[in-house]
Every structure is written in structure tokens, then in C-alpha cells.
Design a protein around this ligand. Structure first.
Ligand code: CA
Length: 456
């Protein structure tokens, strides 16, 4: 009798054992991070945009989870990228501004003392690629190939002209870079980046890969092909029309990339993140962060809360929303959890593996608190649950309840002094581990320039 029972138990448990073995033997997933540049929260169909068609991004969102409180660690370009690629708040190591284009400077860039995500993934057997905007330093020591990427193609600075032969200043008109060698731009830039991303995906099928595909669209300059303009001609505002053309070009390119994933049979084995590096610069491009307050450069929601999607068909639910705050720091932590990659001692990750939260395996919030600091502490913010503290904007400390007031219009600092004090103390504690900015942003793209008229 006992023997029969034992056999029965073994038989019942056998499928589980097989399942676990299969899980352990499952190939390591590919990881694709697609970054947009200066894309407004409300400028994608999946966040309610009506005038700019983004069918490919909407399909991507439907194939996964739309994170409605998806954040980046900074309200402008370079610091966000430093946080994303290190998995740490970039203020820990002084990367709080945009590096100027200074090929002779060993300071203006992502400090080489910091470990990057591709370096860690390489140690776990991944082939690593970066396509697009780098903006983490111009000196050769900061080159993507020296910072963990096996392959690089793109624009090394903070932006670039989109059309071959178009006039731009500084780094906006230098040639493209392919693994340290110059190449002329011969086609519309967003199209080229989409094709290069697709090529990486197709070529590396069969080996786990990590691709960081950082489009510079829809960042200025507002340069668009006639064909793209034709598709947004219904938009009457001239500035927004050009911006919309950049967004449509971005959406097309993402369609090409997702198609490469599909055609090569890698959809089920690829975790995809999509988000923007900061909010829309409303006054500059007439981008739209509705219903959020503020724009690029601000620590109001409009500067730091961005369109954010996580997709992995078969592993992550499809067509769902996730409302708890997540942040770009979570990409690194999630990738490490999935791949069992080794992170060097001393490189303290500050994100969370968000997959169990997205699948519902784990309830509660991935983060107790999130923090932002810009201008060496001139402006800062803390989010804790529904509460958001803002320091430095308008010279005072303000408190908002985002559940009741997503537009951050009703300052509750006087009404809830105990919450204000708690969050202020939390910021002070977090800020103890930060250092002063290592370098200043060049004059031309200091956030002040985009701050003046932050709402339409
Ligand atoms: Ca940006």
C-alpha cells in the first residue's frame, strides 16, 4: 500500500520536476530596450493620443503591460541614460548633467568606474549591442565599445540631424560611428537606426543578446521627410506637425524592429522594454504630457513620468495596465534576476526585478519610495505611495496627492505637515549618499532653456 502511494506521489510530482528542469534549461531570454527621446506622455496612441498615429507602439503595448506610472530617473537626456545603464541613481556618481561634446575630456561622461548592464550581461554569455544615441561622453574611454557593447552604430553625442546633408551645429553634424569608425549618414536617421537594430536582432538569433536601441527621435531638430509629413498633414499647428512626423518615423522604425523579432521567431524569448528618456519639452516641440504637469527639465510628473511598456508574450500578461510606480532602474535589476548575471561587489543596484509584480506573483509595490534630484539638489522630488514631494520648484517645498490630483495643482504642504516632514527626511537620508555633479551641462541644453514656457 505504502509503495503504491509513493508511486502515486512520484507520478504526481513528476510533471513539476520536469517543469522546473525545463525552466532551468530554458534559453536565457534576449533583452531589448527601446528608448525614445523627449516623447510626451500623451503622444502615443496607447496613452490616448488622437492626432499622431502610433500603430506599432500600440501593438507593442497590447502585447504586454502598459505601466501607467513608469518613470525615468531624470528629467533630461544623459543622466537618465547613466541611471539606466548602471542600475543606480546617477547622482551617486555625479552624472547629473548633460556632458558637453568634449572629445578631450575624461570627466564629461559616464564614469568608467561604474559597471554597465552590457558588461554584466556579457559575463553571462550575452552578445551586446547598442544602436543610436549614446550621449554618455565623447572621449574614446567613454565609447560604447569600451563600456560593454560588442557592437555599436549610431550618434555619439546628444543629438543629430535627421536628413543627410542637413545643417546642424557641433556633434549634430558629425558622421555616424560604427565601432569607432566614421560613416556618413546616407538616409533618414530614424529609418537607419531601425534597420540597424533589426540587423542585430536577426544576426544574433541563437545566442542570448541584449540590444539597447536608443532612438534620438522625437528630439529636435524637427526634420522630417516629405513622406512622413504627408501622414500628419491633418495637424494644423506647424511645430506639432513636424514633431508628429518625428513620432511617426519612430513608430515606423519600431514596427520594422518588432517585425524582425517576429520573422526570426524570437518574440517568445525576448523581453522588451519601451520608454522615453524624459517627458516632452512642451514649449519647444509642442509635445503633450497631458494630464501631467510640467515638461522636460521638471521634476513635476511631466518631466519624469513617461510612456512605458514591458512586453514578453507568454511570460508577461498581455493588454494589461500596471499602476504601481516602476522606474528605468528596474531594467538592470530585472535583467540580472533573469540571467543570473554576476554583479560586481560594491555595485549596489537600486532597482527591483519587476517581472513578479507584472505577472501578479508578487503583490504590493516594487518600491517604497522613488527619488529625483536635478541641478545638484536645486530641484528634487520624492514619491511614496500616492504622495509626491517637490522641492525647489518655485523656491518652495510642495506636497501633492497623485491619486486625487495627478496634475499636481493642489499643494497640501500646509494641510499635511507630517507627510511633508516624513518625505523631506526620506529625501535627506537618500541624498546623503549622493555626490556633487562631476560636470555641467553645456549652455545650449541646460534645462532652463526648455523650462520657460512649460505649458502650451
Ligand atoms: Ca531626452
Amino acid at each position: 500500500m505504502k509503495a503504491k502511494l509513493l508511486v502515486l506521489i512520484v507520478l504526481l510530482l513528476a510533471p513539476l520536476a520536469v517543469l522546473h528542469a525545463a525552466d532551468a534549461l530554458a534559453p536565457k531570454p534576449n533583452i531589448l530596450v527601446i528608448l525614445a527621446d523627449d516623447l510626451g506622455y500623451a503622444d502615443v496612441g496607447f496613452n490616448g493620443c488622437r492626432d499622431i498615429p502610433t500603430p506599432n507602439l500600440d501593438t507593442l503595448a497590447k502585447s504586454g503591460v502598459r505601466c501607467t506610472s513608469g518613470y525615468v530617473t531624470h528629467p533630461f537626456c544623459s543622466p537618465t541614460r547613466a541611471g539606466l545603464l548602471t542600475g543606480r541613481y546617477q547622482q551617486r556618481f555625479g552624472h547629473e548633467n548633460n556632458p558637453a561634446w568634449l572629445p578631450e575630456s575624461t570627466v564629461a561622461g559616464l564614469p568608467v568606474s561604474q559597471t554597465t548592464l552590457p558588461q554584466v550581461l556579457k559575463s553571462a554569455g550575452y552578445v551586446t549591442g547598442c544602436v543610436g544615441k549614446w550621449h554618455l561622453g565623447a572621449h574614446p574611454q567613454f565609447h560604447p565599445n569600451r563600456r560593454g557593447f560588442d557592437e555599436y552604430f549610431g550618434l555619439l553625442g546628444g543629438g543629430h540631424v535627421y536628413l543627410p546633408g542637413a545643417k546642424g551645429s557641433g556633434e549634430y553634424q558629425i558622421p555616424m560611428d560604427r565601432n569607432g569608425k566614421s560613416e556618413p549618414l546616407t538616409e533618414y536617421l530614424t529609418t537607419v537606426l531601425g534597420r540597424e537594430g533589426s540587423s542585430f536582432i536577426t544576426r544574433h538569433k541563437g545566442q542570448p543578446w541584449f540590444l539597447y536601441l536608443a532612438f534620438n527621435a522625437p528630439h529636435t531638430p524637427l526634420q522630417v521627410t516629405d513622406l512622413l509629413m504627408e501622414r500628419v498633414k491633418h495637424i494644423t499647428d506647424e511645430t506639432r506637425r513636424s514633431y508628429a512626423g518625428l513620432v511617426v518615423g519612430l513608430d515606423d522604425a519600431i514596427g520594422v524592429v518588432m517585425n524582425a523579432l517576429k520573422e526570426s521567431g524570437q518574440v517568445e524569448n525576448t523581453l522588451v522594454f519601451f520608454f522615453s528618456d524624459n517627458g516632452g519639452p512642451v514649449s519647444v516641440t509642442h509635445s503633450d504630457n497631458t494630464p501631467l504637469r510640467g515638461a522636460k527639465g521638471d521634476v513635476f510628473e511631466g518631466g519624469i513620468r513617461v510612456p512605458f511598456v514591458v512586453s514578453w508574450p507568454g511570460r508577461v500578461p498581455q493588454g494589461q495596465d500596471y499602476a504601481q510606480p516602476v522606474i528605468s532602474l528596474d531594467v538592470f535589476a530585472t535583467a540580472v534576476a533573469l540571467t543570473s548575471a554576476n554583479v560586481p561587489a560594491g555595485h549596489t543596484l537600486e532597482g527591483t526585478n519587476i517581472l513578479p509584480y507584472l505577472t501578479g506573483e508578487q503583490t504590493g509595490a516594487p518600491h517604497d519610495r522613488l527619488f529625483w534630484r536635478a541641478g545638484g539638489g536645486a530641484r528634487f522630488a520624492v514619491r511614496e505611495g500616492d504622495w509626491k514631494l517637490i522641492g525647489g520648484e518655485n523656491g518652495k517645498t510642495q506636497l501633492f496627492n497623485l491619486a486625487e490630483d495627478l496634475g499636481e495643482s493642489k499643494d497640501l504642504a500646509a494641510a499635511r505637515p507630517e507627510v511633508l516632514a516624513r518625505l523631506d527626511q526620506a529625501y535627506a537620508d537618500w541624498n546623503k549618499d549622493n555626490v556633487a555633479p562631476l560636470f555641467e551641462s553645456p549652455q545650449a541644453n541646460r534645462p532652463k532653456a526648455v523650462k520657460k514656457a512649460r505649458q502650451k
